[in-house]
Design a protein around this ligand. Structure first.
Ligand code: ADP
Ligand code: MG
Length: 292
């Protein structure tokens, strides 16, 4: 496109709350074949709440004190939800040491009595050899209801299971349908487990899902599709999404997301809505059509 028509397109996008860093990003948007979308904080509000809590072994007060102590040191959105749940029940964070976060898994530490503590997804606990059988039925049911399941293990034993709900953004379903009507292949990427991911994808109307991904897997998924000839846009909000946003042909950052995500993306969606992606693509196509 000519510099002038591109400038007009950039201005038009801005009117829709879509901030385009460069004319190149806007031009490439018209060629996108595929849009990969992060789940948490992008399709969903990213404000999770604990909706179910089941203590399987030990005392509830103690379990919640350990949860509060573990999540105090984490910046993950799930941590805020679990902290709020523990605090609302009057739990006082206990003493822990050797705190550590495991990317894509959860958090770990040791309590005052020297017991190993693990809080996170099934993969994290299974890799540590914790038997999840006692919580399996509850966890399966929660996942069918699109909950993210968080497990607590104390001293190698499963102690509690929490269901966390993160509602879809109000316009996610409509915006995804619009993108699909625009001819885009929409793919959901998430670090969450397969069953929860599938339940949410079904609600949204997305049929391609990749779950259980680590941040580098999101990046790898984009590269693989690019090698296969797809022109890939990526929408994300988190620190974890930054490498994938930078790798995509066009990165779209959610405006309320982290600064790192915004810095890695060519386009920022100020209103936090996926409609902004469709706006950018439609404006980009119109801009190119004008100069043909
Ligand atoms: P995403 O944002 O795509 O869901 P993450 O890589 O941030 O993926 O997290 C993947 C999974 O790891 C989460 O769904 C959760 O099960 C687990 N997890 C990560 N951090 C924590 C934490 N602080 N507390 C509990 N679970 C966690
Ligand atoms: Mg996210």
């Amino acid at each position: 496109a000519t510099p002038i028509s591109t400038m007009i397109g950039v201005g038009k996008a801005a009117e829709h709350g879509v901030l385009v860093r460069s004319g190149d990003a806007l031009q490439t948007a018209s060629h996108l074949t595929t849009l990969v979308v992060d789940k948490t904080g992008t399709l969903t509000e990213g404000r999770p709440r604990v909706t179910e809590a089941k203590v399987l072994a030990g005392d509830e007060r103690e379990a919640l004190a350990l949860v509060a102590a573990l999540e105090r040191g984490s910046e993950h959105p799930l941590a805020a939800a679990l902290m709020a749940h523990a605090e609302a029940r009057g739990a006082e964070a206990g003493e822990i040491r050797d705190f550590d976060t495991v990317t894509g898994g959860g958090v770990r530490a040791t309590d005052a009595e020297g017991r190993a503590l693990l809080l996170g997804n099934a993969r994290l606990l299974e890799e540590a050899g914790v038997d999840l059988a006692a919580g399996r039925e509850i966890a399966d049911e929660l996942e069918r209801q699109a909950r993210t399941v968080v497990h607590l293990a104390v001293g190698g034993r499963l102690s509690a299971v929490f269901g966390v709900s993160d509602p879809l953004r109000g316009d996610t379903v409509e915006a995804v349908a619009r993108l699909q009507a625009d001819g885009l292949r929409v793919v959901m990427l998430t670090g969450d487990n397969t069953h929860t991911a599938a339940a949410i994808a079904a609600e949204v109307g997305i049929d391609e899902v990749r779950a259980g991904l680590l941040p580098e897997d999101k990046h790898g998924e984009i590269e693989r599709r690019q090698r296969d000839g797809e022109v890939v846009g990526m929408v994300g909000d988190g620190i974890n999404d930054a490498p994938a946003l930078a790798r995509a042909d066009v990165g779209f950052a959610i405006g309320q997301g982290t600064d790192v995500a915004i810095e890695s993306a060519g386009i920022t969606l100020v209103r936090g809505s996926l409609h902004g992606v469709a706006d950018a693509i439609e404006i980009s196509r119109a801009t190119l059509a004008n100069i043909k």
